[in-house]
Design a protein around this ligand. Structure first.
Ligand SMILES: *Cc1c(COP(=O)(O)O)cnc(C)c1O
Ligand code: SF4
Length: 336
């Protein structure tokens, strides 16, 4: 079906404008999808706890009239978020709140995670970020300089990972300044960016951003976050192609989510689609057990059984590693 005129016009705008026009309430999103909120288990309280936020470029990938759409499930505030599930807490990863104040998280050998923004272009209901008050944190220039100095002073660090929130919410000029500073650190080999924006707001992949990356003497890796093949629209494909054609290595990480991708065929199709567009499957994460996300959980035993099915159907390079986060460990814990 051709896109309506208003939608075509939206996609001619720059990414900041597209973001400003993102859906921010249940009613508007439902109207766009030809659904009635009365027929869905939506919850205004859940939306107050953690607002709905969905760029049109992501909503446009949802199937109109389908209350069980796997992309809609990732973003719609529903009543189950208010249920208490045993083992789920406000800080399942442990030290994030503290790290955010300093701007860096150095848990694994050789790699530091750089946190300079706490916000995202989309609010994924399964995210542990939902329980943190730092959602709109912006690292001050002073703290950013201190974080860069700490990396400069530690020759054991070979890779900096820009993470968040979503680091691509920083402006091009801010990112360029940051990357040029990292470029100046001799012992750094790689700059890695963890971002969901190439998937949910592909307009973010601007020429200026690509120029900044191609001018860097470091190897650049972008790890996108895509959970379902339906998220890969033509605009996403074009954005990833321009990154790929600029020599940037692309990987994907997903979260295993009940009702979204807890199915061997869905996971297989995701891997196939990603790879056909130049993105290698990297990690499939078990859910971090954050309050409000229990209804997304897939048990470790189920996950393992699923991955055995995926493994039996695909070449090894299309099978992501099934991992979980464990506080205090020296790496992600590989389950399969
Ligand atoms: C996940 C993570 C990394 C990156 O781990 P890789 O296995 O290299 O992808 C680095 N630092 C922290 C704190 C992490 O949580
Ligand atoms: S984009 Fe990533 S960090 Fe942001 S809400 Fe979604 S899962 Fe969380």
């Amino acid at each position: 079906m051709p896109e309506p005129q208003s939608e075509i016009q939206h996609f001619t705008k720059n990414w900041q404008q597209q973001l400003a026009e993102a859906f921010n309430n249940i009613e508007d999103l439902c109207r766009y999808l030809h659904l009635s909120p009365d027929d869905l288990p939506v919850s205004d309280i859940a939306a107050e706890n953690f607002p709905l936020r969905v760029p049109l470029s992501f909503a446009a990938c949802m199937e109109k009239g389908n209350p069980h759409d796997p992309l809609l499930r990732q973003v719609l505030p529903i009543k189950e978020e208010l249920f208490a599930y045993p083992g789920f807490s406000n800080d399942p990863v442990g030290d994030l709140a503290a790290a955010t104040q300093v701007g860096v998280l150095h848990k694994y050998h050789g790699r530091v995670l750089f946190i300079n923004t706490g916000s995202c272009a989309i609010n994924c209901r399964y995210c542990f970020r939902r329980n943190f008050p730092y959602a709109d944190l912006q690292l001050s220039k002073q703290k950013e300089d201190a974080a860069i100095q700490a990396i400069q002073d530690d020759p054991s660090i070979s890779e900096v990972i820009l993470s968040g929130g979503d680091p691509l919410l920083l402006s091009d000029s801010r990112l360029t300044r940051l990357i040029r500073q990292l470029d100046g650190i001799k012992h750094l080999k790689r700059i890695r960016i963890h971002s969901r924006l190439p998937i949910v707001l592909p307009a973010r992949i601007t020429d200026e951003f690509i120029n900044t990356l191609t001018q860097s003497p470091k190897q650049i890796i972008i790890i996108v976050h895509c959970n379902h093949a339906n998220e890969i629209s033509d605009r996403v494909i074009a954005a990833c192609a321009s990154l790929k054609n600029s020599g940037i290595t692309l990987f994907n990480q997903s979260v295993l989510l009940r009702g979204v991708n807890d199915n061997a065929e869905v996971l297989g199709e995701l891997s196939e689609q990603l790879f056909s567009h130049g993105i290698t499957p990297y990690y499939l994460h078990l859910l971090d057990k954050a309050t409000g996300t229990g209804h997304f959980e897939v048990s470790e035993a189920e996950a393992l059984a699923l991955m055995h099915q995926v493994q039996a159907a695909l070449p090894g390079y299309l099978v992501p590693k099934l991992v979980k986060e464990q506080a205090g460990a020296t790496s992600k814990q590989t389950i399969l």
